[in-house]
Design a protein around this ligand. Structure first.
Ligand code: CP
Ligand code: NVA
Length: 316
């Protein structure tokens, strides 16, 4: 059956765990699966800039035997001269996978509605689900099982990372504590969706303006930029509002002594995190970055297998 990955809850808890297990195997044996050998083309379209997403998808598609076609902002007719639905129908006739980084989530949702090949959200204003798969893989590597762990996120609690952490981490059975200032807290609909998912996995959700409450005894401490792509005009106001949510040494001391620090990158040292923390011994940010490659390869293999375009057992 054709499946897409547009938001974190698109994978059930058992499917997420299956993809993460596959990611571990993919990491151990980088060239074991070649579902795109032929080579088939997979496209990665960017409406916003990127380093990790661009290189991890391009390298990952090549590792899977495929030909990556990376499209930079403004290079396609998409969104300017041509509708999303026509683009979806045209690309589906030519490529095996569509990966898209864009602004509104409604765009990737619409692309998936009209595509006949798997569509992957490579970050929208609302969600960044590929990052969460890599982060979960990293947490499993450092902490073993994710179930029962506490995950604390501080900073812009209304952005794509906060939303995806809410949905994706509870899917993996982690307690999620999100702390941000008034006015920058998650959309209640996302919190409700996370609570619903948490009921299935035995996890808990806490949304607060108090960073200390979120950090108390956390196993993972995480943050993200205070100014996401598209919010550059709000720079001045945001620096002041978010200051109390900086992850510094004092913040890390509230968490478990063996807590790890995570950040999807790019990071702004001296804003959301101090250099001492992100460059210190508890930081696992470069493991996270590397795991984008392995987790996304596993996701692409899994989606191609779901669509009957690849057999995981025979490797054909
Ligand atoms: N973390 C992440 O998605 O990084 P890029 O914006 O560089 O792709
Ligand atoms: N919240 C950030 C994530 C970057 C990977 C942004 O959208 O810019």
């Amino acid at each position: 059956m054709l499946r897409h990955f547009l938001r974190d809850t698109d994978l059930t808890p058992s499917e997420q765990s299956e993809v993460l297990g596959l990611a571990d195997r993919v990491k151990a044996d980088r060239w074991a699966h070649r579902p795109l050998a032929g080579p088939q083309t997979a496209t990665v379209i960017f409406d916003k800039t990127s380093t990790r997403t661009r290189f991890s998808f391009a390298a990952g598609i090549a590792d899977l035997g495929g030909q990556p076609l990376v499209v930079n902002p403004g290079e396609a007719q998409l969104g300017v001269k041509e509708s999303i639905s026509d683009t979806a129908k045209v690309l589906s006739r030519m490529v095996s996978l569509i990966v898209w980084r864009t602004f509104a989530q409604s765009g990737v949702d619409e692309m998936a509605e009209h595509a006949t090949v798997p569509v992957i959200n490579a970050l929208s204003d609302e969600y960044h689900p590929c990052q969460i798969l890599a982060d979960l893989m990293t947490i499993r590597e450092h902490k073993g099982d994710t179930r029962g762990l506490s995950f604390a996120y501080l900073g812009d609690a209304a952005n794509n990372m906060a939303n995806s952490y809410l949905l994706g981490m509870v899917t993996a059975g982690m307690d999620v504590r999100i702390a941000g200032p008034e006015g920058y807290l998650p959309d209640p609909a996302v919190v409700e969706a996370a609570e619903k998912r948490a009921e299935q996995t035995g996890a808990a959700v806490l949304v607060t303006t108090d960073p200390a409450l979120a950090l108390e005894g956390a196993d993972v401490v995480c943050t993200d930029t205070w100014i996401s792509m598209g919010q550059e005009d709000e720079k001045g106001d945001r620096a002041e509002v978010f200051k109390p949510y900086t992850v510094d040494r004092a913040a890390m001391e509230r968490a478990e002594p063996d807590a790890v620090f995570m950040h999807c990158l790019p990071a702004y040292r001296g804003c959301e995190v101090t250099a001492e923390v992100i460059d210190g011994p508890q930081s696992v940010v470069f493991d996270e970055a590397e795991n984008r490659l392995h987790a996304q390869k596993a996701l692409m293999i899994w989606l191609l297998a779901q669509a009957d375009r690849y057999d995981l057992d025979t490797g054909r």
